[in-house]
Write a protein that binds this ligand. Structure first.
Ligand code: FE2
Length: 344
């Protein structure tokens, strides 16, 4: 809130004597403050609950509840409200006690109105500075957050662009990452996964094969069957992908999907040989989407199997290669996924 003029501050004068309240309020109003009055503790709390004042002038000696009892109540309910005690001359000890209990200052009656005005101005000025610092800190945190988000997004865009470029370069798998991403999202939605996870799956699908940057091109595009060594070499790509992304991707869910998209439910996958529930759901979904797209794409050594045969293979692989939950969801949304098997 902007606090550039006195008229944005509200002062509550709590005193059992109407004359004193009026005197103080007249002075405050003449200085441009908003001023409210309360004749005792009960009315003071009622007024505060209705509209918390920025500053309270609190009489210590009042019938029906002293200002000293009300002070901790106000500080507890409204810690940001400044309380200045008003005390009879000669009772400085009580006033000092109040300062120890959280009062900002104290005035001695009879009031010197100019001194009162000065003390109030000083107190509210301190409060204004505190609010400005707080405002600055809040804005700064927000700005840092926005910048960090922007930086992360541009990194992710760069990585995604790189992954898609990699896809485009390989004539046989062109568009593969985009399709794996789309198919995975369809399955994840069918499984009722949360929005945050679905977004992670969408992103992970686009970059799941980024580690192929580290695989030799002649192996990646080899037209014939791979030797055992070449096969082992290709199997390094999920771990390489995770390593590439780790410095820029905070979400463990995404890193897991990249690393574990070739795991099998029976534990015969790679790189970690995880099985059953050890494989995170996102990675299980991606493994299925990846395999479906591979089967329905032309490869250097074979033509596409087509949707129908791919579906048979997926059903056969349920519980061994694929997660049965993911397969069941896949079957329920088969009609949405099938058109993606027709490659341009
Ligand atoms: Fe892969």
């Amino acid at each position: 809130m902007e606090r550039n003029s006195n008229n944005s501050w509200t002062i509550l004068v709590v005193d059992d004597e109407a004359v004193i309240r009026r005197l103080l309020c007249q002075k405050m109003i003449s200085l441009g403050y908003n001023c409210l009055e309360a004749n005792g503790s009960q009315q003071a709390m009622d007024k505060m609950n209705e509209r918390p004042a920025d500053l309270v002038i609190l009489d210590i000696m009042m019938p029906g509840g002293s200002g000293m009892e009300l002070l901790p109540e106000i500080k507890k309910a409204y810690p940001d409200t400044i309380v200045i005690m008003a005390t009879a001359a000669g009772d400085a000890e009580t006033a000092i006690k109040c300062v120890r209990m959280g009062a900002y200052d104290y005035f001695t009656k009879p009031y010197n109105l100019d001194e009162v005005a000065l003390s109030i101005a000083r107190a509210l000025n301190t409060r204004r500075l505190e609010l400005e610092v707080l405002d600055y800190q809040n804005n700064l945190e927000e700005k840092v957050k926005v910048q960090a988000h922007k930086i992360r997004n541009s990194f992710m865009n760069a990585v995604t662009a790189l992954a898609l470029a990699l896809d485009a370069k390989d004539g046989y798998t062109s568009g593969h990452s985009g399709r794996v991403s789309e198919i995975s999202v369809v399955i994840a939605k069918e499984l009722g996964m949360q929005d945050g996870s679905i977004e992670n799956i969408r992103l992970a699908g686009l970059i799941h094969d980024i580690g192929k940057i580290g695989v030799k091109e002649e192996v990646l595009n080899k037209p014939g069957l791979l030797t055992p060594q070449e096969s082992e070499h290709i199997k390094t790509h999920p771990a390489i992908g995770e390593r590439i992304l780790k410095p820029i991707v905070e979400e463990q869910e995404i890193l897991d999907m990249v690393r574990l998209h070739h795991e099998r439910i029976d534990g015969r996958g790679y790189p970690d040989g995880l099985s059953g529930g050890q494989i995170p759901p996102g990675a299980a979904i991606m493994a299925l989407a990846d395999a479906y797209d591979a089967m329905t794409s032309d490869r250097p050594y074979r033509k596409s199997l087509g949707h129908k045969i791919a579906m048979e293979e997926i059903k056969k692989g349920s519980g061994t290669q694929f997660s049965p939950d993911a397969v069941e969801a896949f079957l329920r949304v088969e009609n949405i996924i099938a058109p993606k098997a027709v490659k341009p």
